[in-house]
Design a protein around this ligand. Structure first.
Ligand SMILES: [Fe+2]
Ligand SMILES: [Fe+2]
Length: 468
């Protein structure tokens, strides 16, 4: 472990002078980007952050006060397994690839660039949120997520510089040039160009959109291209905290709304300064549907090719499955034909995006059930839901068609007529924004959200997580 190098790493960077020089040249550009697009107004503050100091499952993280620009962004890969093999597809059982297989150079670069682009994009989307934090605890969690997304960018840029030659270096530069939501140079994926300008958006984003990242990284963590697999395996350990921030953040908002309803049953939650369930529901519908798009088309020859080549597996391919060829299997899914939904049977390999999306959906349903239990625990009669996976889609089989939240095909006019019933309207967003006033006194919290069950790493909620 070269922890105190200019670029901390566990890939023996000092032995590869060419790569080291290239990354050291990228470093100041990265820091310029961070200062311009990172959290606005807090760059000089001490934040109680965790930093990766090892890649071992136990004790990889160190907690201390750090100024964000001094965060030890670095390159950490899970240690190599001895005798690693391709785990699935047509080359199953062959030695794992240590270099990019030639015929997959372009599509694999595209995968790495697309994943990489989401990391700085989310930092950009969230850059103003610190100014309206509901508590110091939440402020600290926001910054933890931000610096780790920055590190994930480093992880991907290492792959681009290390394995994709000149093209990879150009792509690494371009990652610092695109900007979330900028019409002239937008980020690649639409979910990462959506504004994330209030904390309900932030919690929904880390719940639903970051969770797509978990499943994409898990599929790539199975890759027969070993440097990619090992990179993603370590990123997943950091990602777990982001998902925790999202799931518990949404849960705390839901719990607080239920508490306010109970406090004064005849009162509108709005008059008590809470976020009503119908607005929360519309935020779910919005972020969930955009996040479903991130898995790609339901029927995809790219997905089949990547699986065949041993580059992108299924979720927990090695742990969960015993058969890794899936040459004969088929998958049935509803598609639109002649203005109605019919069932279509496709080869399983072509449906792997949809299979991965299914894993994600089950995970979201699990979280939803937990939130509904919070509501029931408060004695309030209400259930939040997730819309059909066909609702409000912009990618794949259902894009260009219109569905209600139950997944029934409807006319465009009906969708437009009911849009504000299903998706956040300007008025919803304005109301949520009107609640966003910063609470920065240690131990205090905004009225629209419940405090967390515990603090971070043994510290109490009252701990001074950020020194302002
Ligand atoms: Fe990330
Ligand atoms: Fe993340």
């Amino acid at each position: 472990m070269e922890l105190y190098e200019r670029i901390p790493n566990n890939v023996n960077l000092s032995e590869d002078k060419r790569l080291q020089r290239a990354l050291e040249k990228w470093l100041p550009d990265y820091l310029d980007w961070w200062r311009e697009m990172g959290p606005e107004g807090f760059q000089e503050k001490d934040v109680w952050l965790r930093t990766a100091v090892s890649v071992e499952p136990e004790g990889w993280a160190h907690f201390d006060y750090v100024r964000m620009p001094d965060y030890r962004w670095g390159i950490f890969l899970k240690p190599a397994e001895r005798d690693a093999r391709v785990g699935f597809g047509d080359n199953c059982g062959a030695p794992a690839y240590q270099e990019v297989p030639g015929e997959f150079r372009n599509p694999l670069r595209r995968i790495v660039v697309t994943q990489a682009d989401t990391e700085p994009a989310s930092v950009e989307q969230q850059r103003l949120l610190g100014q309206t934090c509901p508590s110091l605890y939440d402020l600290r969690n926001l910054f933890q997520v931000n610096v780790e997304e920055g590190r994930h960018l480093w992880a991907m840029v290492y792959l681009l510089h290390g394995y994709f030659g000149r093209d990879g270096r150009d792509e690494a530069d371009a990652l610092l040039e695109r900007r979330s939501g900028n019409p002239d140079k937008p980020r690649i994926l639409e979910a990462f160009n959506q504004p994330c300008d209030d904390w309900l958006n932030f919690f929904c984003f880390t719940m639903f959109t970051d969770r797509d990242g978990k499943y994409q990284l898990s599929a790539l963590a199975e890759s027969g291209f070993e440097p990619l697999a090992r990179t993603c395996q370590f990123m997943l350990t950091e990602e777990a905290h982001h998902l925790f921030v999202g799931e518990t953040g949404v849960g705390r908002v839901v719990r607080r709304t239920a508490q306010l309803m109970k406090e004064n049953r005849n009162e509108d939650v709005r008059s008590l300064g809470g976020i009503p369930f119908d607005i929360i529901q519309r935020y779910f519908n919005y972020w969930y549907s955009y996040s479903l798009d991130l898995f790609g088309g339901e029927i995809s020859s790219n997905a089949a090719d990547f699986f065949a080549a041993g580059l992108k597996g299924r979720y927990q391919e090695r742990k969960k499955y015993t058969e890794h060829l899936i040459k004969e299997d088929a998958f049935t899914l509803p598609v639109v034909e002649d203005g109605r939904l019919i069932e279509r049977v496709v080869p399983m390999r072509n449906a792997l995006n949809e299979v991965l999306r299914g894993e994600y959906v089950r995970d979201c349903v699990r979280a939803l059930e937990r939130w509904n239990k919070y509501i029931a625990d408060e004695g309030v009669d209400h259930q939040l839901t997730l819309p059909s996976t066909r609702f409000h889609r912009h990618v794949g089989e259902y894009a260009g068609h219109f569905f209600d939240v139950d997944g029934s095909l409807i006319a465009e006019e009906e969708f437009e007529r009911r849009r504000d019933e299903w998706l956040p309207a300007a008025e919803d967003r304005a109301y949520v924004r009107s609640l966003m006033h910063p609470v920065t006194e240690p131990g205090k919290i905004a009225n629209w959200i419940a405090p967390p069950a515990t603090g971070i790493k043994g510290k109490p909620f009252e701990f001074e997580y950020v020194r302002l």
